[in-house]
Structures are given as structure tokens and as C-alpha cells.
Design a protein around this ligand. Structure first.
Ligand code: ADP
Ligand code: MG
Length: 265
């Protein structure tokens, strides 16, 4: 039950396609033979124990980690590398990497907002610096995305005056403002007090409903069960099993997955 069980809304060519991807840190192999397709409007949740390679996998999709085996294609274009006839890897140029990254938004566990700028400033500055958009235009777009994450009235607040949940929603707005084709989330709610998790998940759920393509590393099994099209279980750097939420959460007979899910009952 590998690729055939994936049930993205669009079965055309994948936005992200990983084939036989591997990654080492020194002699330590942290990813091995990862095969994964993410289709337009699909929500893929990556679950697995701490240290299983979830972050490394997600970061590889943005070439924030340099995968050293296999290939990652974003919309059909090889990410990060040029590979010659003999299989030797050479870095693709900055320009090509930046082109690929234009398609991607990334939201991390730590919100990484600029503390000396307001919520509006944080979103606007990214647009001005990265996209070269004129400031007044950028502010207009920033207000739209802040409104979308329910923070229009907090636009003039500094991060220190916002809750963790609000700060993370600003970080999501900042990613959205760049109009990415896909957003990668790495445990976006893990740094939050429990009572603030829901407001962030609600924003993510809304994005999913609107057809945003998302890859989400999460320990929120309720969210994964409700929102994911595909749940991927990673253990020790390999995809152990994957399927629809029903397949993964209810019907699985896989011992390692069962053992992992015990922690969430
Ligand atoms: P997860 O996100 O599932 O907790 P990670 O992808 O962070 O797992 O880590 C996978 C493995 O890679 C772990 O054994 C971790 O110690 C190792 N690792 C992660 N980043 C580095 C790094 N920069 N240098 C060396 N080892 C790393
Ligand atoms: Mg991690």
C-alpha cells in the first residue's frame, strides 16, 4: 500500500515528488529511501516519534537541508542540485534555488517574528524584502492576510503584546502573503500553551478547506485525522506506513505505528 493509497483531490502531476531520497549527517543516515508525492490541494501530515527524521524531511523539501540521495522535484524541476551523467551532485545556482523556493511557504515551531516590528510590519517587510513589492502595496496585501488569520485588529501590535497563538498566526499570514503554492509546517503548535493550539489549527484547517497544499509535521492526531488526506508515519528515517487517516489511525495492524499511537490515547 504505497502510492496507490494516496487520495489527494487532484491526481495530476504532483507539486512535490520525492524519489528515493536519503540524507546523512556524517555517518548517520537520518533519511532513507523516502518516496512521496504531494498533489495540488492535498494535505499530508507527517507523524512519528521524536528523532525519526520528520523535520529533516520537511526541511529537505525546501533545501534547508541538503538531501544527498535521490531526487526532489518541485513542479517537475529538480530541487537544489544538478546531477551529472555519473550521478555526481553539484549545487544548482542561487537563482534556481530561489525560484523553487518562491513556491514554498514555511512555518516553524518558533514563530521567528521580528520583535521590533508590528504584526503588519512583519508581514509587509517580508514582501518588500523578498518580493520587492512597493511598501504601500505590500501593506495592503499584508492587511488582507492578517484579516484572513483573524488578526486585522492586531495589525499595529508588536509581537511581545501578542499571545503565542496570535504570533503563530502572524507567521502564517507572513507565509500566505507570499502566495505560495504549498506551505510546509513543522510542529506549528508545539511551542504553544494548550489553550492556544486550537486557534492556530483552525486557521490551518480553513486553509486546507480552501485548497491550499500543505505538508504538516504534527503531534495533533485529531487535526491529522480530521484534515489530512494522507497520513505518513515515519520511524528511524523511513516511511513505515501511510494511508488515509482511517487506514492509519483505525485499521492499521502495523506494530510500530500501533505502539506510537498508544501515546496519544
Ligand atoms: P524529528 O523532527 O522527527 O524529531 P529530526 O529530523 O530533527 O527528527 O532528526 C532526525 C535525526 O537527525 C535525529 O537523530 C537527530 O539527532 C539528527 N539530526 C538532526 N539535525 C541534525 C544536525 N544538524 N546534525 C546532526 N544530526 C542531526
Ligand atoms: Mg522535528
Amino acid at each position: 500500500m504505497v502510492e496507490a493509497t494516496q487520495k489527494g483531490p487532484d491526481k495530476g502531476s504532483p507539486i512535490i515528488h520525492l524519489s528515493a531520497v536519503g540524507k546523512h549527517f556524517g555517518n548517520h543516515q537520518v533519511l532513507a529511501d523516502i518516496n512521496l508525492r504531494v498533489h495540488h490541494s492535498e494535505v499530508v501530515c507527517l507523524i512519528g516519534p521524536s528523532g525519526s527524521g520528520k523535520s529533516t524531511l520537511l526541511r529537505s523539501m525546501a533545501f534547508l537541508e541538503e538531501y544527498d540521495e535521490g531526487e526532489i522535484h518541485i513542479e517537475g524541476r529538480l530541487l537544489g542540485w544538478e546531477i551529472d551523467d555519473r550521478g555526481r551532485r553539484k549545487h544548482a545556482g542561487r537563482t534556481r534555488l530561489n525560484q523553487a523556493r518562491r513556491n514554498l511557504g514555511i512555518v516553524f515551531q518558533q514563530f521567528n517574528l521580528w520583535p521590533h516590528m508590528t504584526a503588519l510590519g512583519n508581514v509587509t517587510e517580508a514582501l518588500v524584502r523578498v518580493r520587492g513589492i512597493k511598501r504601500n502595496e505590500a501593506e495592503k496585501r499584508a492587511m488582507e492576510v492578517l484579516d484572513k488569520v483573524g488578526l486585522a485588529e492586531k495589525a499595529k501590535e508588536y509581537p511581545a503584546r501578542l499571545s503565542g497563538g496570535q504570533q503563530q498566526r502572524v507567521a502564517i499570514a507572513r507565509a500566505l502573503a507570499m502566495e505560495p503554492k504549498i506551505i510546509l509546517f513543522d510542529e506549528p503548535t508545539s511551542a504553544l500553551d494548550p489553550e492556544l493550539v486550537g486557534e492556530v489549527l483552525a486557521v490551518m484547517k480553513q486553509l486546507a478547506l480552501e485548497g491550499m497544499t500543505m505538508v504538516v509535521v504534527t503531534h495533533e492526531m485529531g487535526f491529522a485525522a480530521q484534515v489530512a488526506d494522507t497520513v505518513v508515519f515515519l520511524d528511524q528515517g523511513s516511511i513505515v506506513t501511510r494511508g488515509t487517516p482511517n487506514e492509519v489511525f483505525r485499521d492499521t495492524q502495523h506494530p510500530r505505528l500501533r505502539q506510537f499511537l498508544q501515546n496519544y490515547l
